[in-house]
Design a protein around this ligand. Structure first.
Ligand code: PLP
Length: 366
């Protein structure tokens, strides 16, 4: 038997989640965010599944855009961080990309470059994230420079990113949203503001475009789920199997350092999945897993190629039994990557993007 670990990617679920993002914002278009290898799900496979449904895709850098073009994707692709050096403008033009402009130097480079056709530009405002973007008081000047250079830039949009759209407390979100609404109105600018949590929970931020990312992959980014986010379906199932079973007396330590000790006579299952596959080593004892579609928990530290789970209450489990680390089990039971992330003191994004190349991806549907 081959090593049983794999990542099953449900492209129908991806399309379902995209449709949800679009239906939540009927007045907006949704650019599907595919950066970081589509959050670990496979860039080109996900783009192909969404082609025809999504009018545009977004990535972090020109290398990712090139991979899309090499994969035969012809739809518009937005560079969310724009160029990293002026020399990239030639490739932006050749690949037919759209780009964010977040800094004076990028604007200067675009003005110094003469494309055969103007490049669609999303001008990024720092409305409170304090990472990328023009300070609000500098936006108008930058916007006018772009408006006055129709040979260089076209399809201008105002873009910004929310720091707290996922939080129940909307105080800081409202501060950002108010600032952006005023700016957009003053400039008469169409906007692109909403990430996944804002797409799901902040309809007042929906603009000409929205930028859903993690929700497309079935993760709920909201601090408190809402009716919309409960409709998301998991796209990745990280699936493996039990490869060995131990019967242990009470009081026996399991795994490195003996972090977990059997509280009773126990059956322990060894699962072919470890941190060498990208499973988070910070997973605590009690981190949920599904064995034969039934919930049980990690018992003992995660090792490089293996982890151990408590099978005491799942007597039917044995060597070869299905283990789902997150996603949907064969019996339909779902273990959300968000719940696993909470037990690893992290977020779904790091788990999904962290699945390593050694884990084969298997694509279904689409
Ligand atoms: C990654 C990213 C998004 C998508 O964010 P999610 O939280 O995954 O929806 C949107 N906009 C920008 C600028 C990003 O970098």
């Amino acid at each position: 038997m081959a090593r049983p670990l794999r990542a099953d990617i449900d492209l129908d679920a991806l399309r379902h989640n995209y449709r949800l993002a679009r239906d939540l914002a009927p007045g907006s278009q949704a650019v599907a965010v595919l950066k970081a290898d589509a959050y670990g799900h496979g860039l080109v496979a996900c783009a192909r599944a969404l082609e025809g449904q999504a009018p545009a895709f977004a990535v972090a850098c020109i290398e990712e855009a090139e991979a899309l073009r090499e994969g035969g994707i012809a739809a518009p692709v937005v560079l969310l961080e724009g160029i990293f050096e002026a020399a990239e403008l030639e490739r932006v033009e050749a690949l037919g990309l759209w780009m964010a402009v977040h800094s004076e130097w990028q604007l200067d480079a675009l003005m110094a470059y003469r494309p055969a056709r103007p490049i669609p530009v999303w001008l990024k405002v720092d409305s409170g994230m304090h990472r990328l973007g023009f300070a609000p008081e500098r936006v108008e000047t930058a916007w006018r420079r772009l408006v006055d250079a129709p040979d260089h830039a076209c399809d201008l949009h105002l873009m910004s990113h929310f720091a707290t759209a996922d939080a129940l407390d909307d105080g800081y979100f409202r501060r950002q949203a108010t600032l952006l609404a005023e700016l957009a109105e003053r400039l008469g600018a169409p906007t692109c503001l909403a990430n996944s949590p804002a797409t799901l929970a902040r309809p007042e931020s929906h603009g000409a475009w929205n930028r859903p990312g993690v929700m497309l992959y079935g993760s709920d980014p909201l601090e408190h789920a809402n009716d919309a986010s409960r409709c998301l379906e998991p796209v990745m199932t990280l699936r493996s199997a039990i490869i060995a079973v131990r019967e242990l007396a009470e009081g026996e330590p399991v795994g490195y350092g003996g972090r977990w000790t059997t509280p009773r006579p126990s059956r322990i299952g060894v699962v072919a999945c470890g941190y060498g596959d990208g499973y988070d080593r910070h997973a605590v004892d009690g981190t949920p897993v599904l064995v034969e579609g039934r919930r049980t928990a990690i018992a003992g530290k995660v090792s490089m190629d293996m982890l151990t789970v408590d099978l005491t209450d799942i007597p039917e489990a044995d060597i070869g039994s299905e283990v789902v680390l997150w996603g949907r089990a064969g019996n339909g039971e779902v273990l959300s990557v968000d719940e696993v992330a909470r037990h690893c003191d992290t977020i779904s994004y790091t788990l999904l993007t962290g699945v390593l190349p050694r884990v084969p991806r298997r694509y279904h549907g689409g």
